[in-house]
Design a protein around this ligand. Sequence first.
Ligand SMILES: [Zn+2]
Length: 280
Amino acid sequence: MPLISGLAIAISTVIGLTAAIILFCLFKRREQRNYHDFVLENSISIKKLDEINRRYDFYPYVCFDQFHTYDNQTFFNMISCQDYLVYQLQYIRTKLFEQIKKVDHNSSRYKEYLAEVNSIDTSGQFAAPIGKLKSERLLKTECKLMQDKTCVPVTQFCLRVTLYRSNINGRVCEEKGEIFTAEDIFAINKRLNRKSGNFYLDREIWESICRVERGKVSNKMRFAIYKRDGYRCRKCGVSDRYAPLEIDHIIPIAKGGKSTYDNLQTLCHRCNTEKGDTIE
Ligand SMILES: [Zn+2]
């Protein structure tokens, strides 16, 4: 008997304590919400901050980070992050420049914005009587809300290029990355602008583009081309059993050819060496 009643007392104590804790938490949360709501509705400072935020309306930042995965170790080693950026800039620069302009706009307005926000000197002033609420706690809540509502726009542009190397199963096993500023991008663009037809006159820039173009032939693509061509040299017809096969750009990359299925063919090592950089 005493054992059972002891157990009953223990259980009812646990239940009672749990209920008390839950009630206490609920009460605390409601109290916190009361302060939060009161400040949001009545704080003069918050109203001023909202008005300033509406006036400034900073541009949101759109991420332009670039990345690529190579399933081929040689290409991964050969191509630098800058090479990849140079290549990609050919296609994304217009949008990128718009973004840089917006970030610059944010940056030029941000100082002014902060000055306005810091000049708000109405902390602790409310549009309604505070009643039973504690003024110290109201101040703390207001301060926290002011911090949360103050805009932190992107004011500095930077673009990250990440190159990954994957193994044959597609699992990433190596990576390298580099960060470029707006100034870096402008400098590369200046060099990209030196162009004649489809060719870039800056030698380094042109070499970067050729490397990335060559690297676009993934192992997967390579095997698809071999398969399409029946595992034979398209020039002399030798099969892969008798000669090592290679992938050839029909119009060479150095002459503006691209790494597309139509521009790729299977050649044996000998025919490929003979062909070199000519167009047949
Ligand atoms: Zn051949």
